[in-house]
Design a protein around this ligand. Structure first.
Ligand SMILES: C[S@@+](CC[C@H](N)C(=O)[O-])C[C@H]1O[C@@H](n2cnc3c(N)ncnc32)[C@H](O)[C@@H]1O
Length: 328
């Protein structure tokens, strides 16, 4: 699926050429295109490689026509990677007065707009049930991030306001961001950290950076087995990726555990992928390959098992296994 911003730019530029109005702005081009008769509009639609005149009219051009202040804000979201569906959903919330302009402006400035799409739902006490059935967030799913609703519940349950939450494989920083919002102190690092919310650091250097026994909650959401199989495992050296993965995780956990205070909590998180990967030789092993290494890790470490949570998204597309241990 092409990026919505590229589609938007391509349509407007093609509109300038088609109408022969090189100086016109986006809004003028979109309005003129919308005034074309049906036959010419169809020609233009095909010219830009689309099949649906409706999509072009009501999704792309309608967005280009939106007046300030909301129009430019929503178009900026396209540059940030939002899809047309997401932008129109926000527009609809704004029009129904379920979203205020100030909220939207703040979210655009802070790059936190995806949350506006997930926090609309009436709050349901899903985390008090034996299996957490949580609201899906397709965006974080796509980016292999932790679901923000799950991050929030874990932080609330397993840390106190003012306590330090540490996530040394923080990815895009979901946990760090939620922890700060919930009044905790937070440290996030990742080997691919962007240097803003998430420091760029190998987990092996965590204790040097933070010291020992400082964290109240240590969150570890390691790369999945299939990521490991694709990026780290070398079949010319090793034979069994499953064993190798467990050892690899174990080394990483050992690097991070010393930062946890006595009586501090470790939260280990994994989301098994549903489609068997090249390295998982039997479909029946899929769940094992993702979940068992974490169970093994906990049993090998000197930790008291505290809880095991299973969280499934409302649309059934993702499930998370969450192990919680207590440092004696
Ligand atoms: C499943 S992702 C974590 C996603 C994160 N919880 C979020 O919500 O965005 C696992 C992360 O571990 C990081 N990682 C892999 N090896 C690492 C290492 N040696 N030290 C630190 N981070 C590492 C990867 O870059 C990846 O971002």
């Amino acid at each position: 699926m092409p990026n919505a911003h590229l589609v938007y730019q391509r349509v407007i530029q093609a509109g300038r050429d088609f109408l022969n109005r090189p100086e016109a702005n986006d809004q003028q081009i979109a309005s003129s295109l919308l005034e074309l008769d049906e036959a010419r509009f169809k020609v233009f639609t095909h010219l830009v490689g689309m099949t649906s005149t409706k999509h072009l009219r009501y999704t792309v051009l309608a967005l280009a026509c939106l007046e300030p202040p909301v129009g430019p804000l929503l178009r900026e979201l396209l540059v940030e990677g939002a899809s047309f569906v997401e932008v129109h959903k926000l527009l609809s919330l704004y029009r129904k007065r379920q979203l205020e302009l100030a909220q939207l402006q703040k979210a655009v400035q802070e790059h936190s707009w995806p949350r506006l799409l997930t926090t609309r739902r009436a709050p349901v006490d899903w985390a008090s049930r034996p299996v957490w059935i949580f609201p899906a967030d397709k965006r974080s799913r796509r980016l292999e991030g932790l679901n923000p609703a799950i991050a929030e519940v874990l932080i609330q349950r397993y840390s106190e306001p003012g306590g330090l939450v540490v996530d040394p494989m923080a990815g895009r920083g979901t946990v760090v961001q939620k922890a700060l919002e919930l009044g905790r102190k937070a440290w996030g690092s990742d080997i691919n950290g962007d240097g803003r919310l998430v420091h760029k650091m190998d987990i092996a250097d965590l204790v040097d950076a933070l010291g020992e026994a400082v964290a109240d909650l240590l969150v570890l959401h390691p790369p999945t087995f299939s990521w490991f199989a694709r990026n780290v495992f070398d079949p010319s050296i090793h034979e069994h990726p499953e064993t190798d993965y467990t050892n690899w995780l174990s080394r990483h956990l050992e690097c991070a555990l010393p930062v946890l205070k006595p009586r501090g909590r470790l939260v280990l998180i994994v989301r098994p992928e549903h489609k068997p990967q090249r390295f998982i030789r039997h479909e029946g092993l899929v769940r094992w390959a993702f979940v068992a290494p974490l169970e093994l890790l906990l049993s090998e470490q000197d930790l008291e098992p505290l809880h095991y949570h299973l969280a499934v998204s409302e649309d059934g597309e993702e499930d998370w296994s969450i192990f919680v241990g207590l440092k004696p």
